[in-house]
Design a binder for this molecule. Sequence first.
Ligand code: 4H7
Length: 226
Amino acid sequence: MKIDVLTLFPGMFAGPLDESIVKRAREAGLLKLGIHNLRDWTHDRHKTVDDRPFGGGPGMLLKPEPIFEAVEQLASEQTKVILLCPQGRKFDQSIARELAQREHVLLVCGSYEGFDERIREALADDELSIGDFVLTNGALPAMVIVDAVTRLLPGVLGDDESSRDESFSHGKLEGPHYTRPAEFRGMKVPDVLLSGNHAEIAKWREQQAQVRTEARRPDLLGEQKT
Ligand code: 4H7
């Protein structure tokens, strides 16, 4: 699939998307990623992308012209255009799965105090937030979404990693995991995991996941969502 990102801070994307699994996916051609500087769609000497709000008030807004021109150039009829903003619906694993089915996604990062409302009205197919906190701009949310979506693309994870994911991403937290040594500084690995009894091990893991989810995220047990 192709993901394009429109941002005022293209330099922020260098690092995180050039490492690990996203790097591998890009090299394999499974993810085509385009990072675009919004200022490339300005026409004035100062490359102005913002302006003062009508009606007064603090801060600046992203003005419509550069974003309209950029989206018109980068998006086609099939493109899902998504604004990253604190007012968006909350991004989660089911939205990641939905986006991973798409041919083309364009992520538009907000900055300053946000967007001129006409950008939302005329260009956005959806608005997403990665959580209830305020960031200086939408670049980090865009990277979070690229990461979460990329690992769901067919062929990106090995069979082992993806099937493991299947069994745990169905609405519960993972229980505890252990590796060697069987005893470390007096702390022992639960006997059942060393028993070789696979039925007992599966039962124990299921029960641990349930206990942990009840304690930490009871909200996940009510709905049947992720
Ligand atoms: C759109 C509108 C996403 C984008 C306003 C973006 C948090 C998230 C932004 C703003 C974001 C998230 C600009 C409002 C900076 C706050 C100090 C960019 N913050 N901002 N102001 N939770 N900020 O996904």
